[in-house]
Write a protein of this length. Structure first.
Length: 358
């Protein structure tokens, strides 16, 4: 089903999932906000929301005990790759959660641009993807891929143009179209959709395995740069969030710069300097509050108090930092490597970071 983006694909599942008061919505602490938001649908039905924790490396244990879904419909949400740390979570959890009675929602938005995903080996019930993240164009186009039996269990809370066989106004009746057609609301982005085949062919021509291997090499170099940067006094100049190994991780790394006394350099300064140098470093929490809480400690009581104290409309990470007396990092920097990245890009990043160290 074509959607406006990955978030819209996730919302299609969340709003239509038949949560009951006996249901469980179980998810990793590491999830994008567009997955986190599904908890409001679970809450509204009185379902239990269960978060699974991360370890110090921001990974989860594939051998962990999953709470069973029980007799009521249960949803398990897993990001194939963290958009914060780049960690690729164990895809074996898909089968495990299905075995525990869940329908599984796999957020593959950050994973598929540089890693092959075989849905016959990873039989998730619902998968979301966003095309511009894979081949840069078109923006505003995502997809929800669903198993037919899982799709049939969803209960759509509304209908729209294009999704119905008939609607009566005289009697409040309607019937949704069968399968995916019942989920594509309104006019699809047909001009964008026309570009998708070319994008997929491009990735296929280069070869997903080849892309994956190349990104692995570039990520190794990126991690090497970040972990080797030191001050003259021997102290590390970078705090890296997440694993230092390149096993089971994609091409993204999040970090903060530290000064020679170990204090965090405000990420905004580095982000601006990177922008001036023509380097795209993303700063902030990357719409991933669970990892931000695990990595930066943003779940501590004084941070929660600050959130509450800021009047609606006034929230920004800068305000949050001030409210917390600038005592700890409220955001991080993320460097990502992808199909378009080359070694010179990493050298330019390295010299930018070295400049900060001086
Ligand atoms: C892991 C992950 N999931 C979901 C999304 C949301 O994607 P979109 O912006 O296409 O809605 C993103 C966006 O960065 C992401 O990285």
């Amino acid at each position: 089903m074509f959607t406006a983006n990955a978030s819209a694909a996730l919302k299609l599942v969340g709003e239509a999932f038949p949560f009951t008061a006996d249901s469980r919505f179980t998810l990793l602490q590491d999830n994008h906000n567009s997955v986190q938001g599904i908890r409001l649908y679970a809450d509204a039905a009185g379902a239990e929301v269960i978060y699974l924790p991360l370890d110090d490396d921001l990974r989860c244990d594939p051998a962990m005990d999953l709470p069973e879904a029980g007799d009521a419909p249960g949803l398990f949400a897993l990001p194939a790759q963290s958009n914060f740390s780049g960690v690729q979570h164990p895809l074996s959890l898909v089968e495990k959660a299905r075995g525990g009675g869940y329908d599984v929602l796999l957020d593959a938005a950050a994973f598929v641009p540089t890693s092959p995903l075989d849905l016959s080996a990873v039989p998730a019930d619902f998968v979301c993807v966003s095309f511009y993240k894979m081949f840069g164009f078109p923006t505003g186009l995502g997809v929800l891929i669903a198993r037919r039996d899982a799709l049939a269990r969803l209960r759509r809370p509304w209908f729209a143009g294009g999704t119905v066989e008939y609607v009566s106004v005289h009697e409040p009746r309607h019937r949704l179209r069968l399968g995916g057609e019942g989920f594509e609301d309104g006019t699809p982005n047909f001009l964008g959709i026309a570009a998708v085949s070319a994008g997929l062919r491009f990735l296929e021509d280069v070869g997903m395995e080849q892309i994956h291997e190349r990104i692995h090499g570039l990520t190794e170099r990126l991690i090497g740069i970040l972990t080797s940067l030191r001050h003259a006094n021997g102290r590390p100049a970078v705090e890296l969030y997440g694993p230092t190994s390149t096993e089971d991780r994609g091409g993204a790394a999040s970090f903060n710069l530290l000064d020679q006394d170990g204090a965090v350099v405000p990420y905004g300064q580095v982000e601006r300097a990177a922008g001036d140098a023509g380097i795209s470093l993303r700063g902030g929490c990357f719409c991933n509050p669970g990892v931000a809480e695990a990595a930066l400690g943003l779940g501590r009581p004084e941070a929660l108090e600050c959130y509450e104290s800021m009047p609606p409309g006034s929230f920004s990470l800068k305000e949050l930092a001030e409210c917390l007396d600038n005592e700890f990092a409220v955001g991080a920097l993320r460097a990502s490597v992808g199909i378009a990245t080359n070694e010179q890009d990493l050298e330019r990043l390295e010299s930018l970071l070295q400049g900060f160290r001086r």
